[in-house]
Design a protein around this ligand. Structure first.
Ligand code: NAP
Ligand code: F7E
Length: 344
């Protein structure tokens, strides 16, 4: 029975990956942070189900990527076959406000895991590092592949570039099995509420149900390649099952602007939105009612304008195929909101 350790288990991907690995009969350990209120909502259903079994296979431990000792002690105790390093301060806009914290967890945190595995001499432990399309930033090539040079545009992107290269360095210097996934944006009903897809869907569903609120956004014209987290965690697992450590781009190969995403959600909700005005004064109307406006608050000091990935390598070598397209993703996210939003 394989043992997996997931950092960032309380996040979107951590929840989907836990479920995926439990279904594959793994014993799953996860690192969660101590918080003043419960932060395990995304995985409680898995935990409660496992708790009732004679031999539960799901365990949570307190720890933090910014605390070397907690990481090293846990790895020593668990001796995992596979480590999925998903923990990160993952919000790009927040990384401009907390650059040092972001670097500590998203860059040096990776080093802490690699060093722990190296010092402990766990030669068979495989490590997955959660890399991101944000490393391509101001893109130097379109579409982006494993060979496209990086040009990060945020403290988050810069920290992840360190994580990427230190993983390759440990692979080459110490012959460790360390693989990088370079994952493009992936969303789901479990997506954090401050990321743009979830924010748009939650707000438009509330407006559809009669809320008087306004949806306030930033840049409507950046383009993203959006997939579903369920497909992407399967890619993480496939990456570690590949015969050798390697790096893989995971993307759908299709891109949409934020405005197109809003229009697709509105279409699903049967809301006819018309757009008027330019620049920061651009507004979205439902009939005569202004329901969408822009605020400088949500623009970033430096933006990533356009991302679109080419996953040919993953398709060929690890046989990864996404099952969701943007329509299916939006359908699932919208339906989830209707089920979970009761009253406004
Ligand atoms: P997420 O929902 O924001 O989850 C991040 C997780 O990391 C949470 O469990 C969080 O704990 C934990 N965490 C944050 N800082 C930590 C620290 N210092 N020590 C320990 N745990 C910490 O992110 P996600 O969307 O699941 O993404 C998973 C990983 O993939 C991240 O590394 C992200 O940067 C990367 N990634 C994401 C995407 C995407 O589109 N989703 C694309 C490419 C790469 P709390 O619950 O306590 O906050
Ligand atoms: O922004 C624009 C914003 O915050 C997408 C993380 O998972 O994916 C994610 O990073 C775009 C940007 O995701 C709002 O300016 C407009 O151009 O949903 P997001 P992200 O920055 O692409 C990558 C791959 C990761 O690795 C990250 O961890 O939408 N935008 N208006 C807005 N964005 C937000 N959040 N809020 C707005 O109101």
């Amino acid at each position: 029975m394989k043992i997996a350790l997931i950092t960032g288990i309380t996040g979107q991907d951590g929840a989907y990956l836990s479920e995926f690995l439990l279904n594959k009969k793994y014993i799953v350990h996860g690192i969660k942070r101590r918080t003043s209120q419960f932060n395990t909502q995304r995985i409680d259903h898995l935990f409660n189900k496992q708790k009732k079994l004679k031999k539960p296979k799901f365990f949570l431990h307190h720890g933090d990527l910014n605390d070397s000792l907690s990481i090293q002690n846990l790895i020593k105790k668990i001796k995992p076959n596979e480590i999925y390093n998903l923990a990160a301060q993952s919000h790009v806009a927040v990384s401009f406000e907390q650059p040092e914290y972001t670097a500590n967890s998203d860059a040096i945190g990776v080093l802490r895991i690699l060093e722990s595995v190296r010092i402990l001499g766990l030669k068979k432990t495989k490590i997955y590092q959660a890399g991101t399309s944000e490393m391509f930033g101001k893109v130097l090539e379109t579409p982006q592949t494993e060979k496209t040079p990086f040009y990060p545009r945020s403290p988050y992107g810069v920290a992840k570039v360190y994580g990427h290269w230190i993983s390759i360095n440990y692979r080459e210097a110490y012959n460790m099995f360390v693989s990088n996934g370079i994952l493009f944006n992936h969303e789901s009903p479990l997506r954090g509420e401050t990321f743009v897809t979830k924010k748009i869907i939650q707000s438009l569903v509330r407006i559809k149900l009669g809320s008087k609120e306004k949806l306030v956004l930033g840049n409507l014209y950046s383009k993203r390649d959006w997939g579903h987290a369920k497909d992407y965690v399967e890619a993480m697992w496939r990456i570690l099952q590949y015969q050798k450590p390697d790096d893989f781009v995971i993307a759908t190969g299709k891109q949409y602007t934020i405005k197109q995403f809003v229009n697709l959600v509105a279409k699903k909700l049967k809301m006819q939105i018309s757009w008027k005005g330019k620049g920061i004064n651009e507004k979205g109307f439902l009939g005569k009612k202004n329901i969408i406006s822009l605020s400088k608050k949500y623009f970033r000091p430096s933006e990533v304008d356009s991302l679109i990935g080419d996953s040919s390598k993953a398709k060929k070598l690890i046989k990864w195929r996404p099952k969701y397209d943007i329509k299916k993703l939006i359908d699932e996210m919208v339906e989830f909101e209707f089920k979970n939003i009761s009253k406004y």
